[in-house]
Design a protein around this ligand. Structure first.
Ligand code: NAP
Length: 232
């Protein structure tokens, strides 16, 4: 049994990952930002332990990780998006998305690091996006943060491999969660048509890939697209 920490575990992809690791018999903690109701629902359904902490806040992350003890697997999933023309994006929005999507990973990985180094073992899975691979129009800051997640993953895999720590990344495509709630049916339908597998993705599709990478002993520094073939 491993101890697993999943950020953003109260909804969407993170909640599916909480369920998957819990079903596999692991001890699971998850962070969430503010949605107590969603967090308690996931906790009741899975037996996992929710901890309210904003990943962009170092103090909150450090005290959350202190409650968990040493962890074996860290899934850095918490993320937000901002949609609109970059020229219309105000500086606070720009800063916030980088604080959550990039600095949040820095805080969480650093909080897990002492335990990983002590044991000379650990597994980190980061969650990027297909837009981090190819860029998304009207999602420039989001794409930039998700590109940064891919670079972080590769750099850290090189840095931490000699210490027995693997770092891998999933890059989801269109996944039906609250993050996609603003997409109308016509858009989702068009995206389905452009997807070789012929459907939109589910949180469970991504959770399966996260679990695979978390456990794959000879894989590090890799980016696994979970997009039905939309981006190849
Ligand atoms: P979601 O349904 O909107 O859920 C986001 C989760 O992150 C929630 O648990 C939320 O907590 C948590 N969260 C947000 N900001 C946080 C913060 N500052 N500190 C702690 N937790 C925070 O999103 P999702 O679609 O599952 O996305 C999960 C990840 O996949 C994100 O990194 C996203 O960029 C990536 N992704 C998603 C898609 C997609 O199509 N859905 C595609 C590619 C990549 P609360 O419930 O408390 O708000």
């Amino acid at each position: 049994m491993s101890t697993v920490m999943i950020t953003g575990g109260s909804r969407g992809i993170g909640a599916a990952a909480v369920k998957r690791f819990s079903d596999a018999g692991h001890r699971v903690f998850f962070l969430y930002q503010s949605n107590d109701y969603a967090a308690q629902s996931v906790a009741a359904a899975t037996g996992a332990t929710p901890i309210r902490a904003d990943v962009s806040c170092k103090d909150e992350v450090v005290s959350a990780f202190e409650r968990c003890g040493r962890i074996d697997i860290l899934v850095c999933n918490a993320g937000i998006s901002r949609i609109g023309l970059m020229s219309m994006m105000d500086e606070d929005d720009w800063d916030r998305i980088f604080d959550v999507n990039v600095k949040g990973m820095y805080h969480c990985i650093n909080a897990a690091m002492p335990g990983f180094l002590e044991k000379q073992s650990g597994s980190i899975v980061t969650v990027s996006s297909m837009w981090g691979q190819i860029g998304g129009s009207c999602e420039t800051p989001y794409s930039a943060t998700k590109g940064a997640v891919i670079s972080m993953t590769k750099a850290l895999a090189k840095e931490l491999g000699p210490s027995g720590i693997r770092v891998n990344c999933v890059a989801p495509g269109v996944i039906l969660t609250d993050m996609c709630a603003d997409l109308d049916e016509a858009t989702l339908s068009q995206l389905r048509e452009e997807t070789p597998i012929g459907r939109n993705g589910t949180p469970e599709d991504v959770a399966e890939a996260i679990e695979f990478l978390a456990n794959a002993a000879f894989i590090t520094g890799q980016v696994l697209g979970v997009n039905g073939g939309l981006v190849i």
